[in-house]
Design a protein around this ligand. Structure first.
Ligand SMILES: [Zn+2]
Length: 262
């Protein structure tokens, strides 16, 4: 298998979506778990945290539950390559809280990616509040796609006991990326390096400086974005070997409670 660029350290991706039994929309996208794993390994990535594509916008609570069971099955089938992430959906808060309990019992340390723009939810209301609070109580970090960057600091402030990972540096586009600094006072706020902003001069470097290496996670948003370029760009932003290890792998290990022996 061709290796596109030799990794500087073992790289674990914190943010992926993959096909399993479900179809993935869009042209030229891998349609099987096997093809996903091959693509990732070719990009020098040795493990990836995420869930099945169908989890993103399930039509009802039963479909949400099934997607989570499929994710766990895919993780087993992938022999540890996939780190399972539980999906929750604020349209179904009670069932999602049941899913958090199921996740905790199965050793899963992360939930999401909640994509408000896909499920048409503005992250407001009693159900959402209860769901976020429960995630905090169960120490399950929530990967949540923001509507606008300032929402990151607002969520971190509203739910101080809940850890958040804001994908794409918490911003929508490269133009509002400097909002990263707003997250600095909130120790429960982390960002991942997926999205187009990672390719902007200085952006991942700024995230590491503003938040500290412990709060930046390597993520590709694979199936949306091509993984090798994101990996290389994230590696290049790490000023020393300790930062490299934290950002590329160890922060995710901690979130997902994976012991050092694995
Ligand atoms: Zn994503």
């Amino acid at each position: 298998m061709a290796e596109l660029h030799k990794p500087l350290t073992e790289s674990w991706d914190c943010h992926v979506h993959f096909a399993y039994k479900d179809k993935v929309e869009g042209p030229r996208r891998p349609t099987t778990l096997e093809a996903f794993v091959i693509d990732m390994k070719k990009a020098g990535i040795t493990r990836a945290a995420g869930n099945v594509w169908a989890a993103l916008s399930p039509k009802d609570a039963a479909a949400l539950k099934q997607a989570n069971r499929d994710t766990l099955a895919a993780a087993m089938e992938s022999q540890g390559f996939v780190i399972p992430v539980v999906m929750v959906n604020p349209h179904f808060p009670n069932e999602s809280i049941d899913e958090l309990k199921w996740a905790r019992d199965n050793g899963i340390g992360m939930a999401g990616e909640i994509c408000g723009y896909l499920i048409k939810h503005k992250y407001k209301g009693k159900g959402f509040t209860r769901l976020m609070e429960k995630a905090g109580e169960m120490d399950i970090a929530v990967l949540i796609h923001l509507w606008e960057p300032r929402q990151g600091a607002a969520l971190a402030r509203q739910f101080p006991g809940t850890r958040f990972i804001f994908p794409h540096f918490g911003a929508r586009t490269h133009t509002d990326i400097l909002e990263i600094s707003d997250l600095a006072p909130f120790k429960n706020a982390m960002v991942d390096t997926s999205g187009t902003a990672v390719f902007r001069t200085g952006v991942p470097e700024h995230a590491i400086e503003a938040l500290g290496a412990e709060r930046v996670l390597f993520g590709t948003d694979y199936i949306i974005d091509e993984p090798v370029s994101t990996r290389v760009r994230t590696e290049l932003a790490c000023p020393d070997s300790r930062t490299l290890e934290l950002v590329m792998r160890e922060n995710l290990r901690k979130v997902c409670r994976i012991p050092p022996s694995q």
